[in-house]
Write a protein that binds this ligand. Structure first.
Ligand code: ZN
Length: 259
């Protein structure tokens, strides 16, 4: 049973194809989907889609790259939103050092406040960290955050990986590893313990090798699992079983739902 631990299946780009894609995913053994919110405006659509699809789980939060126009008062609504059914995490939240993002002080403020919400609710977080691993780590430590979660689309060093693993996080491994030139990502993945990672596509972004320029979908998950198996010299079955166990360990609410 494969799970896409990070896909934006709620985005408008999937409006005409979502049902058909879901069926194709089930045929390919992709049976679960964790859909993290981005902006406050996206919460209500995600909430209604979550009700329609039994295999979906949600995370709510304010994404650091889309903070333009975001209000701190929206964080006051986050706690109640995350107590709704099928919510397994707060996310995606974090820090984004891309040139177009809002200033870092604002980002740190939104991130730290959302960490406090997650802490209060004892929920793990889905971290978005672009060129900001050290600062994200510092914010987690300052917040004394102990609920863990996932570092989505991890592409840091083994040393950075170990710091997050030490705080109870796993790493989100995605389409990057399907590219032969991604030597550093391969090295890090090969060095990890089998408990340390889960699989994700970040659909509709981050197309896998051979599909550049196309809309990425959760159908890439089996191909990412295959690449991970080759890189780690394990079977696809091992990767599938390990990442499933890891996911349910990191997102306890999902496991409770299945019991
Ligand atoms: Zn994302």
């Amino acid at each position: 049973m494969l799970i896409d631990s990070h896909c934006h299946f709620d985005f408008d780009v999937f409006d005409g194809s979502r049902d058909a894609l879901m069926w194709r995913c089930l045929e390919q053994g992709v049976v679960g989907f964790l859909v993290p919110a981005t902006t406050h405006a996206s919460w209500s659509k995600l909430e209604s889609l979550i009700e329609s699809y039994p295999s979906w789980r949600a995370a709510y939060g304010l994404h650091p790259y889309f903070l333009e126009g975001a209000l701190l008062s929206q964080i006051d609504l986050l706690g109640a939103q995350c107590e709704k059914s099928k919510v397994v995490a707060v996310g995606e939240i974090g820090l984004d050092c891309w040139p177009n993002a809002v200033d870092m002080r604002t980002q740190v403020d939104f991130f730290s406040r959302q960490l406090q919400v997650a802490k209060l609710l004892k929920l793990p977080v889905i971290l978005h960290a672009r060129k900001s691993y050290d600062l994200v780590f510092k914010c987690l430590r300052d917040a004394e955050f102990k609920e863990g979660g996932v570092v989505h689309a991890f592409n840091g060093s083994l040393e950075q990986a170990k710091r997050f693993l030490g705080l109870g996080f796993v790493l989100g491994i995605g389409g990057t590893i399907t590219y032969p030139r991604a030597k550093k990502a391969h090295r890090v993945l090969a060095s990890l313990d089998s408990r340390d990672f889960i699989l994700e596509t970040d659909s509709p972004d981050m197309p896998i090798q051979g599909f550049q320029g196309q809309t990425n979908t959760p159908l890439s998950i089996p191909l990412i699992a295959q690449s991970a198996a080759i890189i780690r010299d394990e079977s696809v079955e091992q990767i599938t079983a390990q990442t499933y166990d890891n996911l349910l360990r990191v997102f306890p609410k999902w496991r409770e739902d299945l019991l």
